[in-house]
Design a protein around this ligand. Structure first.
Ligand code: 5AD
Ligand code: FES
Length: 343
């Protein structure tokens, strides 16, 4: 279809064109997948980059309406890993071959700037050749700078939705889309490699909203973009909402790959949760990153953003072998390097 070729050539479409493309996605899916995979292979070959994910605290001061670990959910068993536990998760990952770590948590005031700085500096010192990514939410610029100076070099912060009205339907009034976008621009300016993204099929989301998300991603020009299906969590007000679909998520992965061929795009755990072959489908649609869990198994099921999350009973080594097999079966391989963004 012309629009795909236009996107390939100009790397952008108008909002109306994006909406049209999304509406007619079944007609162009095959072509989009093929093109996306070709571009992905040109930039990153048959490599899939694994990032060892350490979910070190499920305390959160926020109340995003969709999220299972929101502050108001009294049914969550809260945990915090100690610094020693975090370091031991890294060591376990390092021994398995991981050279890229992601530290994620809710917005937990206990892990204030001093404590985070100390953790980042310790990991940096112990594993000088590994990439350190943080995913700990909204902070001010000065704090982002301190963490960057301590050795963190990448940051994941999904914008969640680029539409103000839609943002308000997913978040309480205490949160602001403007501030979130500001965080992303601050992070980029400081020099982080930045990842943003959104949920596919989030409550109230329209195709127009998705087109706006794509335009925002174009404008921000991040190094990574993570998209995964929305999945309801039983303790949230969205518990009866339908989950997002594999078909729309994978199509959007292809669109992102065509729009920005060197983007780092994960095949997310959420995608693997709604479909047993979801992560493979994500790679085959143009993804090139996976984020297996390195957290101790005893806390895994408590980091429950959505229901039925996969891999909560598996040891890091089990996921390592499982994922290796999975990507090899589709003609790719886990590439245990830092998985740098290419320019
Ligand atoms: N379903 C899918 N993804 C979710 N996230 C939070 N809650 C859910 C849910 N119910 C995503 C958000 C957040 C990321 C860490 O997880 O997009 O940025
Ligand atoms: Fe965790 Fe398959 S990746 S069990």
């Amino acid at each position: 279809m012309d629009l795909l070729q236009k996107l390939k050539k100009e790397k952008i479409l108008t909002k109306e064109e994006f909406i049209f493309l999304l509406e007619h996605r079944e007609e162009v899916r095959e072509e989009a997948t093929k093109l996306a995979r070709k571009l992905g292979d040109e930039w990153y070959g048959k490599s899939v980059y694994p990032r060892g994910l350490v979910e070190f605290s499920n305390y959160c001061k926020n109340n995003c309406y969709y999220c299972g670990i929101r502050a108001a959910n009294a049914n969550v068993k809260r945990y915090r890993l100690t610094k020693e536990e975090i370091m031991s998760a890294c060591e376990n990952g390092y021994q398995l071959g991981y050279r890229s770590f992601v530290f994620q948590s809710g917005e937990d005031p206990y892990y204030n700037i001093d404590r985070m700085e100390d953790i980042v500096a310790t990991v940096r010192e112990k594993y000088p050749e590994c990439a350190i990514t943080l995913s700990i939410g909204e902070l001010d610029r000065e704090r982002y700078q301190r963490l960057f100076d301590a050795g963190a070099e990448r940051y994941l912060l999904r914008h969640e939705t680029a539409n103000e009205e839609h943002y308000k339907k997913l978040h309480p009034g205490s949160m602001s889309l403007t501030y979130r976008k500001q965080c992303l621009y601050d992070l980029k300016e400081i020099g982080y490699w930045v990842g943003t993204g959104f949920m596919v099929g989030a409550p109230y989301q329209t195709l127009e909203n998705i087109a706006e998300d794509l335009l925002f991603i174009k404008e921000l020009d991040p190094h990574m973009a993570g998209i995964g299906p929305f999945i309801p969590h039983h303790d949230t007000k969205f518990k009866d909402e339908p989950a997002g679909s594999v078909e729309l998520t994978t199509f959007l992965i292809s669109i992102l790959r065509i729009m920005k061929p060197n983007l780092l795009i994960p095949a997310t755990t959420a995608l693997g949760t709604i479909d047993p072959k979801g992560r493979e489908a994500g790679i085959l649609a143009g993804g090139n990153v996976m984020m297996p869990n390195l957290s101790p198994v005893v806390v895994r099921k408590d980091y429950e953003l959505y229901d039925n999350k996969i891999c909560t009973g598996e040891e890091a080594a089990e996921c390592f072998h499982c994922l290796s097999r999975r990507v090899e079966l589709i003609g790719y391989h886990l590439d245990f390097c830092r998985g740098d963004y290419r320019e």
